[in-house]
Ligand binder design. Sequence first.
Ligand SMILES: [Zn+2]
Ligand SMILES: [Zn+2]
Ligand SMILES: [Zn+2]
Length: 582
Amino acid sequence: MFEESTAIIMANNSIEKIGDIKCNSYVRCEDGSDSRVTSVAKATQTVYEIVQRTKHRANEGEPGRSDPLRKKVFQRIQLKCTAAHELNLMVPIKATIENSFKRQKYSVRWTQFEKFQTLDGRVIMIPKNHHKDFPMDSDGEKAAKLMKDDLNLLYGNRFIFNLQLRDLDYLDGQTRAAVSLRYCPILTGNGILSEFLTGQPHLITSATLSMAWLLGLWLGDGTTKEPEITVDSFDQTLMESLKEQGYLWGLYPYYKDEAVPLRAKHVRLYYGAGPSNKRKVRNLRRDNPFWNTVKGLKFKREDDGHKQLPEFMWNEDVEIREAFLAGLIDADGYVLKEKRADKTYVVTIQTIYHSIMEGVVNIARSLGMWATVTTRSARTSTIIGRQVTCQFTYDISISGTTPLQSVLAYCRSGHKRREAPKHVSREPIYFKFTEKVIGQSNVVGLTIENHKQNILLANKVAARVCTEICDKDQPKISITKNLKHCIACPRTGVRYFYRDWTGNHRVCARCYCRYKFSGYRCLNCKYIPEAREVKKAKIKGEKLGNTNNGELVRGLDCNRCGGILTFDEIRGTRHHRVNTLN
Ligand SMILES: [Zn+2]
Ligand SMILES: [Zn+2]
Ligand SMILES: [Zn+2]
């Protein structure tokens, strides 16, 4: 069962809270089909939160401490479900050969599924790692290769299986670190923009696409009070395209230069006769099809007139989503040089609007790309002698292969445009995750007619529907032997943890490296300062303070808690890696 506020994608591409879904309504399935909801159950159960594992360091270091806004990691994929709910997981099981020179052996390693009895007596199937040794000679090498190829032929590269959330702890450390959930590209759309413009949904023509592109461009670089877009006049292809795309809707871009012409032109999109004609026959805000769309589909918030990315765009038709995103990239995006080896494109988009950040991430994911968000604090800086205030900014990073290339093919700005790919392959995207208990909460469970299919959550995660065992709160009695906590920072995880200075606790790899390098740690809060923090503390000088046991000590100041930093001359002679390979 899912926590009651979990959002689900319905058959008509709208998004609904699971708590509001009625029996006999239709939900969207992972394969794009629709399925009827056959039962809805409500209960109160213990809820666990599954969170995508990312490299964000929001809780550590100075940024998070100096700006509380930056503590939050935005748009990290998460879901809340109960202990007995099944997760549809992927585990890579490709067989490999390892050379063990120490033992003079070739070792073939593979994963296979086996029955396993849980502590409460259920028998489940879980992946187990195996290996077989061959002598390190030419015969042994041949035999090892043969076995590896046979295994790969038999089992393949990856395996998808179902596992109840509470059974994740039965996986060994290596497997637990490797299992992934996935989110899926959405290939159908609601066709709302087309319906608004032409009266007919799903009409993909150059006219509807150009409107989507214009909307993206305006959301990025437009003025909120009128159809005006700031365009870099050095970017001639962009200016030309604005004319071409506008023409399809009877829009004429026009700008007046200042006394000293600026590089950035404020281009107004007039509707009506061309710019040479008299003012009387052209409109800026009235009857302007572009401005009507902006207002009619709420790209401008009604209460305060701020720009926003309306939610319906998340689930528009694929081509509309692409053209729209291309417009935003033309305005606010930066295209990094692509990696030639695997044809991966990376684009960053900056925005100060929360709803644009949210929308861009969702649209990118719905097209089959990666998207993550980092933040920047509000600040004032001086650019060419002028004081400039920059607001709190979201930096969205999007990466992908052909799906992103296909978006860049819609871009009009000269240096952002890329050739269209011959074929766009949209695959599910796998992500690793951690789980933790949240507490009692209202939960809702669904079953659907086509029970073999997965349903899609609003964040596009493929999720199982309920089984009979979901009805009751099932105990999670396994021991969480895999999850480790860093005593120096809030990090938890299953891999890359080391023993601390006492040998009794664990520290994460990051804290461990800092400690090994500098040797400083706080006696009070156990924080391990960064090199620059130690430097600052040294400038401030030593002071007197108390340890947790009340002893009076002298040392540098901990800038996190005001306690005393101690310096360890000897920090262990060898790495004490905590064994995770059981
Ligand atoms: Zn369930
Ligand atoms: Zn740590
Ligand atoms: Zn401290």
